[in-house]
Design a protein around this ligand. Structure first.
Ligand SMILES: Cc1cc2nc3c(=O)[nH]c(=O)nc-3n(C[C@H](O)[C@H](O)[C@H](O)COP(=O)(O)OP(=O)(O)OC[C@H]3O[C@@H](n4cnc5c(N)ncnc54)[C@H](O)[C@@H]3O)c2cc1C
Length: 846
């Protein structure tokens, strides 16, 4: 399982009513006394814990102990029936689901325990032009990933599902091979397989504490005795956050009510009826004991268990909130009108855990070495259970994530996200996201205004439209004077602010812009060993003169990129590191992990200490010269250098760097001087055409210059060589660097199989957002990682990897004729390995 792409998508589920573990299904919980030592202790016997145990034994680990406080499946797993469905535009989700289905098909032969998998087919409805376009875009991506995703007519939908009202349906999307499984049976089969591989399972054994020494986990405490261990895996589902606290680990998940109703039997309903999913009615339908099971993903959800999950909550149910849910039941019944005249056998409510961004929390906890987490499955735990177990086992055994980690790694979370109020408020939104049409540039609405920069009010006054990212209010674009900063209508086309963005882009290319990019992560590394330890972590050489800015990647042992950032030498023993805001926790963890315990090098997080003002454009030097007494000429302040200079009354660390592809300066302003420096810049830029610009402009500008965006264009699976960043790798540094040997082997293995390429559509009309398919000479060779409009070059642009088994050489790439497929239509495109804008870098060095 190797994944290269992200995105969010819709998945659905089904649940069974009678799912409690029957006596003959119960695994032989070990009667042996609890061991005093194990190589790994897994906490939690739901589908996830059992899958992790099973997959660890598959990798040859035998000394595996699983502890369950109650009985296997007693948490959330027992009441999920498990729709196991594959369609998604997100490669990793498709891979996890596909793998789970394959596992469900083979586990019975291996263990003698059925998983109940039944491929009854899966049908999604599109009832508005917007949903139709979204499904068609998704279909292009899903088919590329091997999903048999068929668009069918309303008449065909009716044929498959005669009870459905199809009068408003524009199209159906059908996956005949998908279906449903029995979550309890699946979990029991995994548990059995794990035991066959040597794992020991102990039920009625609650973990009550976690031991650690020198930042590394050493054991667990239970009511029946302690176990010393090298690894702990927190698979405690709803209890995962509380369990994390035992270890000082932040696991930001929150339980929420999750519903389905079971109707009385209906004559026309039979077990082979496909699952039907109706996003606009927030519901899904399938057969259950001769009646219908109707599940809900309501747009406004209700968190549960804010005072903690009750200790004795086993095979538990919650009291349904009929008043809150009745409107959703009513609109769901309109899809299958016969339900209006059918009795409700049961309205079931069970808790499931949800995370702030709707992605699972997997991987090693940033706070504690060898303490792993696999929790927060956002109602996809059965569907993804097989894949999660496989990924986790490899992650634990190898020490690094085997798939693209950006949207699953627990290290993407921030400490503040563990706060109860934040989780309570945010969970209201995340459950509904599963069935929401997510247009480009949509932003979370809950838990807003938490992190604001020191000049937030001034930016609002200047017309900023803010989106949420990492808790920050981020200026996305600016409305001109007299126009309200709001989105009039979300669409896949040009939204009302498209021309405002064009103006920001133009101002950067021709005059000068001001951006507040304070949300970037900022760290100091100080001490006499700083150069030595950082040179081991960085692929580029940071043994440079004081004042030099170095662009570099941090690699894992496999040569994959773990970070992409700048390291600036401020003094012999002092470095300043700046990376994207999203990777704050991960990058901090990486530094702490790879700075040896006895080294004289110490990390300080200074993110909140500085406002980061970005002044970019051909007139930026002119502007800067007006507000400082320092010489900012090309000779005195060259590209990729830093100086502390005065800006009016303030002393500011300034770097001559750019992510926009222009002459530019980044100002690291001590927070309390922010308003003063901001006002000075605005005043000095007034007659130079200075415009405020937002993060949308940052994206359109950088994509023209083909500057890579880590986490989107490239990730932990890509090497700098594939990403076209080989020039930033210094193989000959005296003490090498982490990942060097792997990268050298990669280099010696012949031509690269895939390489990053920049694309420009010839037709200026269509837009690109990423995930569109790349055709070379009418053959699929890859897909776009990101897309944005290139206002200077006059068309939509994208970045994507082009693959060729025999080598993605420059000849191969340059000799092809390219097209990009957008929602099933292909558009001719130019392709280039070199940046199409300013390929010689003349402007950035000017
Ligand atoms: C109504 C409903 C319908 C759903 N339908 C679907 C569906 O159709 N498809 C799908 O993919 N997903 C579905 N889900 C989601 C799915 O059920 C979950 O994602 C999945 O079961 C989570 O599994 P888990 O192993 O993480 O958690 P759990 O099953 O909750 O397992 C965690 C276990 O940890 C144990 N534990 C906790 N603390 C301790 C401790 N201190 N010591 C020892 N053990 C401890 C608990 O007792 C529990 O057994 C549904 C969920 C709900 C609520």
């Amino acid at each position: 399982m190797i994944s290269k792409k992200k995105t969010k998508n819709l998945k659905t589920h089904v649940t069974l009513e009678e799912n409690e573990v029957s006596k003959d299904q119960q695994p032989e919980s070990s009667n042996a006394p609890l061991p005093t030592h194990a190589q790994v202790v897994i906490i939690g016997g739901g589908v996830i814990g059992c899958s992790v145990a099973y997959h660890l034994t598959k990798l040859g680990w035998r000394d595996v102990v699983l502890l369950e406080r109650s009985q296997l499946t007693a948490g959330t797993t027992w009441h999920a029936a498990g729709l196991v469905v594959t369609p998604s535009g997100d490669e990793l989700s498709v891979e996890m689901a596909t793998y789970t289905i394959e596992l469900m098909k083979t586990l019975e032969a291996e263990t003698g325990q059925s998983t109940g998998f039944n491929p009854i087919g899966y049908l999604q409805l599109a009832c508005t032009p917007e949903w139709l376009e979204e499904r068609r875009r998704m279909a292009v991506a899903a088919r590329r990933l091997g999903v048999n995703y068929l668009e069918i007519s309303p008449a065909e939908v009716k044929e498959l599902w005669p009870l459905a009202d199809t009068s408003d349906i524009l199209a159906g999307f059908f996956t005949p091979e998908d279906g449903r499984a029995n979550p309890v049976d699946f979990t029991m089969a995994l548990a059995k397989g794990a035991r066959m591989g040597g794992a020991q399972i102990f039920e009625e054994t609650a973990v009550t504490g976690v031991n650690q020494k020198n930042g590394r986990v050493t054991g667990v405490v239970t009511e029946k005795g302690d176990i010393e261990t090298e690894y702990v895996v927190n698979c405690a589902g709803l209890w995962g956050r509380e369990l994390g606290k035992f270890a000082g680990v932040n696991v930001p998940l929150q339980a929420a009510e999750h519903y389905y109703l079971l109707s009385e039997p209906i004559e026309e309903v039979h077990p082979d009826l496909p699952i039907i999913e109706d996003f606009e009615r927030y519901s899904y339908f399938r057969e259950e004991v001769g009646g219908l099971l109707v599940g809900f993903f309501e747009p406004v959800a209700a968190p549960w268990g804010m005072d903690g999950i009750p200790k004795d909550f086993s095979f538990g149910e919650l009291k349904p909130d009929w008043d809150r849910m009745m409107p959703y039941i009513d609109i769901a019944m309109e899809r299958v009108p016969i339900l209006k005249n059918t009795g409700i056998h049961k309205f079931f409510c069970g808790p499931e855990s949800f995370t702030p961004d709707g992605g699972p929390l997997l991987g090693e906890a940033p706070e504690l070495e060898n303490f792993y987490v696999a929790a927060g499955l956002n109602s996809l735990g059965i569907l993804q259970g097989g894949g999660v177990g496989k990924i986790m086992a490899r992650w634990i055994v190898d020490g690094y994530c085997p798939v693209e980690s950006m949207e699953i790694d627990i290290a993407r979370c921030f400490p503040f996200q563990g706060a109860q109020k934040y989780l309570t408020d945010r969970t209201v939104e995340t459950l509904g996201l599963q069935y929401q049409l997510i247009f480009p540039n949509t932003t979370m609405q809950t838990a807003r205004n938490i992190r604001k920069t020191a000049i937030h009010e001034q930016l609002a006054e200047a017309g900023a439209f803010f989106v949420e990212g990492m808790g920050w209010e981020i200026p996305d674009w600016y409305a001109p004077p007299g126009v309200e900063a709001k989105i009039e209508k979300y669409t896949w086309g040009r939204q009302n602010w498209f021309e405002f963005l064009a103006a920001e882009h133009k101002a950067c290319r021709e005059d000068v812009i001001l951006m507040d990019v304070t949300s970037m992560s900022k760290f100091l590394v100080q001490g006499r060993d700083s150069e030595r330890v950082l040179n081991r972590i960085c692929a580029n050489d940071v043994a440079v003169p004081v004042g030099k800015v170095v662009y570099t990647q941090w690699l894992n042992e496999r040569g994959g990129m773990e970070a992409d950032l700048t390291v600036t030498r401020l003094a012999e023993d002092k470095y300043f590191i700046v990376s994207a805001g999203d990777f704050y926790t991960h990058d901090l963890m990486w530094l702490k992990k790879y700075i040896p315990y006895d080294a004289h090098a110490f990390v300080t997080d200074v993110t909140s200490g500085y406002t980061l003002l970005n002044i970019q454009g051909p007139k930026s030097r002119h502007l800067m010269q007006r507000i400082t007494t320092a010489d900012v000429s090309k000779e005195a302040f060259p590209y990729m250098t830093a100086q502390e200079i005065d800006i009016n009354y303030a002393l500011v660390q300034v770097m001559r760097v750019t992510y926009e592809g222009e002459l530019g300066f980044e100002l690291y302003v001590p927070t309390e001087f922010s308003a003063h420096v901001y006002e000075a810049v605005v005043e000095a830029g007034r007659d130079l055409g200075l415009r405020h610009a937002g993060f949308q402009a940052l994206n359109t500008l950088r994509i023209e210059k083909a500057y890579r965006e880590y986490g989107h264009d490239m990730d932990n699976l890509d090497t700098p060589l594939e990403a076209g960043l080989g020039w930033a790798v210094k193989f000959d540094k005296p003490d090498g660097f982490i990942g060097r040997e792997a990268l050298l082997r990669h280099k010696e293995n012949g031509p690269l199989k895939y390489r990053m390429v920049q694309f420009l559509l010839e037709d200026p009309e269509p837009l690109l957002y990423g995930n569109e398919i790349i055709y070379r000479d009418r053959e699929i060779v890859g897909y776009l990682q990101t897309g944005a409009y290139g206002f200077t070059l006059g068309g939509a642009m994208g970045m994507g990897f082009v693959e060729n088994e025999d080598g993605a050489t420059a000849d191969f790439i340059n000799s092809g004729t390219y097209e990009i497929d957008i929602a099933g239509e292909r558009y001719p495109a130019k392709a280039s390995l070199r940046p199409m804008y300013d390929p010689e870098g003349i402007r950035v060095r000017s």
